[in-house]
Structure formats: structure tokens, C-alpha cells
Ligand binder design. Structure first.
Ligand code: ACM
Ligand code: ZN
Length: 625
């Protein structure tokens, strides 16, 4: 009898724990898994009130269900007792969950999503959809009931600013593509899309009072090769590559995003990165020369891509641009860039130098600060706040500016010390344009940011007032991202890691568990035709040199549970080839070997990409300093 009781208890524990492995991403603040299930069937009714926002959310939930399970549910505003999914707005403000939090309770009779605000209900709905078992979703043709595990979830975000940036200047993406990105990002509870709308390689937004910006500035000569290696525009060559958004299209996009609780922050990158504007209106630069929009060829320091900071007509231009931008975008912030401004032409410009003398500015950094402060005044006159990359700290900070820290966290730390707000998006954790796997097996880009490194991002440095850190953001620069499919490849799954560190309580972060949920969510992306990388399955090659300068190799993996096999003999390695144990340390490279091939397996099946790399290339990777 004792034995039977023991077995029953064991079975119960197993059944409860089997639900504990879920695919909710980001991980909720608390989830208490029970036993039993709620079954969705064709009679299950979505219950809500007549409130407009709630009715919209009910329709949204139904559209998600239609996509997921293949049929919509009846909706009602009366109180049914059983077989219901109820969306309920709290009558009294629930301070634990705040504006974006929610409580989601699944019992065998009903599912209840409660929140203070529509955005909380919206995130409760996202979590609810992630409770649908993936196996059921992958076989919906044969199914009409869908099992939801009993659970009680309380959830709210760690940070209010959970952003992704898309650079639409270096490559143009359509409104439809941006909407698809929004659709995906909200499943993972991002709430801000930063559009990098202008740069040297294209001006992407209609400014009605300055038509040349999109007549000329939105177009460049077509090129395909490696960025920075491309041929400059040739005389009389037609500029046919590019595009821009009309103000009507932007309005429609903002409305679409708002329905999904996403704010859109526009960036007009000034005073540097302005060649597309200068190509449109040559009076804007110090040299006033005629330039073409850059197609990805080297020009930095040669073509003058900075606005003349001493010329009043520059500020007249900016007043026009920022008036229209401020009227178009409801978000409180306008990002004005401020990064990487080449100041060489300011040094030799009589107008800039005169302006510096008149305003007692000691150097060009102070001229930049003078410029940013004038732009801040323009923004304030339109009821907007200024955000800029951390270079805006140089030469003195604009009084109310907020910093987006990209060259590491230091700019953000300095800004917070001066009591300014900060969004952290340091290159080493947040730059989604970097390699995510071995360069020999990835499309060419620069530097390295693996999935697990993103997961170790903490936007709040020690000894900084956490209240000043609004949150964090992943940035997808698109110099080497020519298509939207490739943008998706660069975003996912690294944006999963960002989503989790920006939402989930720090003490709940767990890399191994995150990887399990990532693998489940990649199946969901597959189902939705969203491209993604699987580079976290690939082997990591660690080349070093011994005291005599000979190449040595070690291997690693980003995740546990993978086997590494390799060859030096120009054959494809498989599970019968040389096997690498991490305890092996450095391996012997056979004499005269030229090429390494390495692949990972899991449970007897290949899972990582095969990486083929000449040993000469690995030698070059070893840092000699
Ligand atoms: C930047 O990456 N230049 C902000
Ligand atoms: Zn000048």
C-alpha cells in the first residue's frame, strides 16, 4: 500500500513538473503550476465588457486563436460561469502589477486575465497564447480541443523601455515588413520600435516643406557587394535604389503599432551621418559641394557628411524637419542621433569657426554641444524631449537630454551621475548586426555577439540610480542586411534574450531554461515563416598560439548537451570522426593540415552548421597583442 501511495505521489509530481517546462518567453515574475487542464473547444466563449478597448483586445485574442488553433471563438459580454476566457479590467488599481502587468489564472472551468490597463491585458493575452502546447499547434488539422495547463501567473516588467531599433536608411524596408516585425516583437513583450530614418545612405521620411529630401535623398545608385568596398557613384549613373515613407504611411504605421502597445521613436541622425540630406540640399554642409547619396562606399572624412553647425540656415532647416516629425509622431522622444560626427570640416569652415568665437566655444566638441542644445530648444518648443547617442555628452550636456548609451555603458553611467535618464544599448550586448556564430559560417559583418552574451546583459550598472535607467534596447544596423528575411535572421533568437532581460526579474534569469524555451519558440517562428538563426548550436572555435607561435585549437559550445566532431583531412566530420571532449583542452593539429571542419551533434543527429575554415584564417584571428 505504501508503495502504491509513493507511486501515486511520484506520478503527481511528474505531471505537475511536466507543466513547469513551458515556453513562456520572457519568463513571468511568478507562475504556480497546478494539476489538471482547461480545454478550449468550439463552445469556449471569450467574455469581456462593452468597453471599446476590451472589445478590441477580445478581437485580437480571437485573431491569435484563429491563427493558432484554426477557428475563432464566440464572444459575449454577459457573465457565463464555465468554459470561458475572461478579460477583466481591475476596478481598483493593483499596485503590484502596475500599468503593463497582468494576472492570468487558468482553472479547469475558466481562464481569467486581469489587469489595470489595456496594455496589461494585451501582455496577458501574449502569455496565454504561449500556453497553447506547441505539439497541438503543429497538428491542428487533426484537433478541435486544445489543452491549457492549470496555472496562476502574476507578471509585470522589470523595465518600461523594452526597445528594438531598425535601421531603415542603410537598407529600406517596407511598411508591411515593419508591421511584421512589430507583430513578432510584441509576442515577446517589446514595447518600443526605434526607426533610424536618416543616414548617409538614405533619407526615408517625407518632409513636405523639403521635397528634395525624398526626391533625391531617398535614392542611391544600386550596389550589391560588401559594404564599404563598393564602387562610389559614377558620373551620370541613375540613383534607382531606395525608397521612403509618406507621412500617410507613417500615420498608418503608428496606429498599427499603437494597437499593439508599441510606441515608435523616430531618429533623425544629425549633425553627422547627414550625407543624404546634404546631397538633397548642398547648402547644409560646410563645403557646400554637390555630393551623391552614399551607396556603401568608403567616404568618411572625404565627403562632408556633417551639417554646418555655425550656419543659421542649418537651424532653419532643422526647425522645418523637426516640426513635421513632432507633428507626426506622438511619442514624447525624438532621437537626434549625435553619433560619430566627423568634425574635420568644422575646423576649416569660416562660419563654424566664427560661431565658436562668438559663443566662446573652446573646441569642436563644444560646437557639437552648442548644436545639440539648439536642437533641444527646437524640440522643447514642440513639446518633445531629446534623446541622443552618448556622444552628446561630449563638450557639455544639453539640459534635459536623455542618453542612449552605445559605446559600452560608460556614457550611460556618466549621464545618470548627472541625473539624466538613460537607455542602455551597449555594443557588447545589444548590437544585433554583429556576428552570432563563427564568421566562416555566417554572412559577413563585424565583431561577435552570441546569444548567451546577450542574455548576460544587465542594463543597471552597480552604483547607478536604477530609477534613471529607463531600460534597454537592441539595435539592428543594416549595412550588411539587404533583405527583411536577413533582418529576421539577425533579430531572432537574440531578441528573445533581450526580451527576457528587459522584462523578467533579474533573480529569475536562467540561461539553460531560457535556451529550452528558445528552442520551443523557434518552432513557433518557423510556423509563422519568420526567419531566425540557429547559430547557438554551432561549435565555437578558440584559436591561440603557443610560445613558439604555432596555432593551437580548442572548441566550446554555447549550450550544454552537444557533441563536437572535427576533421583536418578534408572530409566531412560526423559522429564517427574525431570527438572533442571539453576536458581535452588544446588539440593536436596534424602536420600539413590546411583546413578545419567542425560540426555539433545532439543525440546522434547533426544540429549545428558545419564550419569549414582554413587554418591560415584561424591564425589571423589570434590576437597578437
Ligand atoms: C552608433 O552605433 N553609431 C550609434
Ligand atoms: Zn561650418
Amino acid at each position: 500500500m505504501k508503495r502504491l501511495q509513493f507511486i501515486i505521489v511520484c506520478l503527481l509530481i511528474i505531471s505537475i513538473n511536466s507543466y513547469a517546462q513551458h515556453r513562456i518567453l520572457p519568463e513571468p515574475v511568478s507562475a504556480n503550476w497546478g494539476s489538471g487542464s482547461f480545454f478550449i473547444n468550439k463552445q469556449t466563449t471569450i467574455v469581456t465588457t462593452n468597453n471599446e478597448e476590451q472589445k478590441n483586445l477580445s478581437a485580437l485574442l480571437n485573431s491569435y486563436l484563429q491563427q493558432a488553433i484554426g477557428y475563432p471563438l464566440p464572444q459575449a459580454n454577459s457573465r457565463l460561469a464555465k468554459n470561458i476566457i475572461e478579460l477583466q479590467m481591475d476596478k481598483q488599481y493593483d499596485t503590484t502589477i502596475g500599468d503593463e502587468g497582468y494576472r492570468l489564472t487558468v482553472s479547469p472551468q475558466k481562464i481569467l486575465i486581469k489587469a489595470n490597463k489595456a496594455s496589461g491585458l494585451f501582455y496577458g493575452i501574449q502569455t496565454f497564447v504561449q500556453l497553447l502546447p506547441i505539439e497541438d499547434l503543429l497538428s491542428i488539422k487533426n484537433k478541435s480541443t486544445f489543452k491549457i495547463p492549470v496555472v496562476s501567473i502574476t507578471d509585470y516588467p522589470r523595465f518600461a523601455w523594452r526597445g528594438l531599433m531598425l535601421d531603415v536608411s542603410r537598407h529600406f524596408f517596407t511598411i508591411q515588413e515593419i508591421k511584421k516585425m512589430i507583430d513578432e516583437m510584441v509576442h515577446y513583450k517589446f514595447n518600443l520600435l526605434h526607426l533610424h530614418l536618416t543616414d548617409d545612405q538614405g533619407w526615408r521620411i517625407e518632409i513636405k516643406s523639403l521635397p528634395e529630401l525624398t526626391k533625391k535623398g531617398a535614392w542611391r545608385v544600386p550596389r550589391t557587394g560588401l559594404w564599404w568596398d563598393r564602387q562610389p557613384p559614377q558620373p551620370s549613373e541613375a540613383a534607382t535604389d531606395g525608397g521612403f515613407y509618406t507621412q500617410e504611411e507613417i500615420k498608418e504605421l503608428i496606429k498599427y503599432a499603437a494597437e499593439k502597445k508599441v510606441q515608435i521613436m523616430p531618429e533623425i541622425d544629425i549633425p553627422g551621418h547627414s550625407l543624404a540630406a546634404i546631397a538633397s540640399y548642398p547648402y547644409l554642409s560646410c563645403t557646400k559641394l554637390n555630393y551623391q547619396v552614399n551607396p556603401g562606399s568608403k567616404f568618411y572624412g572625404v565627403d562632408d557628411d556633417a551639417l554646418c553647425a555655425g550656419n543659421d540656415s542649418t537651424y532653419v532647416f532643422l526647425e522645418k524637419v523637426l516640426s513635421e516629425i513632432a507633428a507626426l509622431f506622438p511619442f514624447q522622444y525624438i532621437h537626434i542621433g549625435g553619433d560619430e560626427c566627423f568634425k574635420g570640416f568644422w575646423k576649416t569652415c569660416a562660419v563654424c569657426q566664427h560661431c565658436m568665437k562668438e559663443n566662446n566655444l573652446k573646441n569642436e566638441n563644444e560646437l557639437q554641444s552648442f548644436f545639440i542644445k539648439r536642437v533641444e530648444k527646437i524640440l522643447q518648443s514642440k513639446g518633445k524631449k531629446l534623446m541622443g547617442w552618448d556622444e552628446i555628452l561630449e563638450g557639455g550636456f544639453a539640459p534635459e537630454a536623455t542618453v542612449m548609451s552605445w559605446r559600452g555603458m560608460q556614457g550611460g553611467i556618466e549621464a545618470a551621475e548627472q541625473k539624466h535618464h538613460v537607455v542602455m544599448s551597449p555594443t557588447d550586448y545589444c548590437y544585433l548586426d554583429l556576428y552570432q556564430g563563427d564568421p566562416a559560417a555566417e554572412p559577413p559583418t563585424y565583431s561577435m555577439l552570441r546569444l548567451r552574451d546577450v542574455y548576460h546583459f544587465d542594463p543597471v550598472p552597480t552604483a547607478v540610480d536604477a530609477n534613471l535607467i529607463l531600460g534597454g534596447q537592441g539595435n539592428l544596423w543594416t549595412e550588411s542586411v539587404p533583405t527583411f528575411r536577413h533582418a529576421e535572421y539577425m533579430l531572432w533568437p537574440r531578441a528573445f534574450a533581450l526580451a527576457e532581460v528587459l522584462w523578467t526579474a533579474k533573480e529569475k534569469l536562467n540561461l539553460n531554461d531560457f535556451i529550452k524555451r528558445t528552442e520551443e519558440n523557434l518552432k513557433i517562428l518557423d510556423r509563422a515563416n519568420v526567419n531566425h538563426a540557429r547559430s547557438f548550436y554551432d561549435a565555437i572555435i578558440i584559436p591561440t598560439k603557443d610560445a613558439k607561435g604555432s596555432l593551437q585549437l580548442e572548441f566550446d559550445t554555447e549550450i550544454d548537451g552537444l557533441e563536437i566532431y572535427y576533421s583536418f583531412d578534408n572530409t566531412f566530420p560526423d559522429q564517427f570522426s574525431s570527438h572533442y571532449n571539453k576536458a581535452d583542452g588544446k588539440i593536436n593539429i596534424p602536420k600539413d593540415a590546411e583546413t578545419l571542419r567542425v560540426i555539433t551533434f545532439r543525440q546522434g543527429k547533426p544540429i549545428g552548421k558545419m564550419i569549414t575554415v582554413p587554418l591560415a584564417d584561424l591564425e589571423k584571428r589570434v590576437k597578437t597583442d
